[in-house]
Design a protein around this ligand. Structure first.
Ligand code: GTP
Ligand code: MG
Length: 190
């Protein structure tokens, strides 16, 4: 996870294109525009490793990065995307297949916008992870955009939502890729 040691491996558009399952991996899932790609850049200290943008639907493939002896996986967003419906449906199918069927997936980080909390699409993904027995951990993003009172309210809502999911790891990580908040914590968890 050190700058200069993380490299892009490949973008995958079908399960058959996944790299050989020869090492552990962690993935970053979340609604479109929640900040998955930006978080990977902050974690690795490499500004332009994963392509981020203002437009939801930026990441359209399963992007693999090597980090030491494991993989970091940037996923397409769910919930909304600025692309034709058949294409969006194709990514969503792939995303679900990946989350349910990747043997070496050790943990999924489910990113939640600190302004919005857990939405029903997040809840659906969490249920899918429960049934696939993939441990997941919630990461609040864009914490720089909320005031403390609001943040506490959202944290309460997220805790309540996680309590319903057996595969959820109880600890929530609060981050801001913009300010660097929570990045060392998340790095050490990984
Ligand atoms: P998709 O690939 O479309 O699913 O989006 P994504 O989840 O990868 O989001 P991305 O990293 O592209 O970021 C979306 C937007 O949010 C960009 O404009 C980022 O600059 C912004 N953003 C991401 N993280 C933060 C943060 O911690 N704070 C603030 N203020 N903005 C952020
Ligand atoms: Mg992205």
């Amino acid at each position: 996870l050190f700058a200069g040691q993380t490299e892009f491996v490949k973008g995958v558009v079908a399960m058959s294109g996944l790299p050989e399952a020869d090492r552990l991996e962690v993935c970053f899932a979340g609604r479109s525009n929640v900040g998955k790609s930006t978080l990977i850049n902050a974690l690795t200290g490499m500004k332009a490793l994963a392509r981020a943008s203002n437009t939801p639907g930026r990441t359209q493939e399963i992007n693999y990065f090597t980090a030491g002896d494991f993989y970091l996986v940037d996923l397409p967003g769910y919930g909304y995307a600025n692309a034709p419906l058949p294409i969006v449906e194709k990514w969503q199918r792939l995303l679900k297949q990946f989350l349910q069927g990747r043997q070496t997936l050790r943990r999924a980080f489910v990113l939640i916008d600190a302004r919005h909390g857990v939405k029903s699409v997040d809840d659906e993904i969490m249920s899918l992870l429960d049934s696939a027995a993939v441990t997941f951990q919630a990461v609040l993003t864009k914490a720089d955009k909320v005031k403390e009172v609001e943040r506490e309210k959202i944290l309460h809502q997220v805790r309540g939502a996680l309590a319903k999911h057996p595969a959820a790891y109880p600890e929530i990580i609060l981050t801001s890729s913009e300010k660097g908040w929570g990045i060392p914590t998340l790095r050490s968890v990984i």
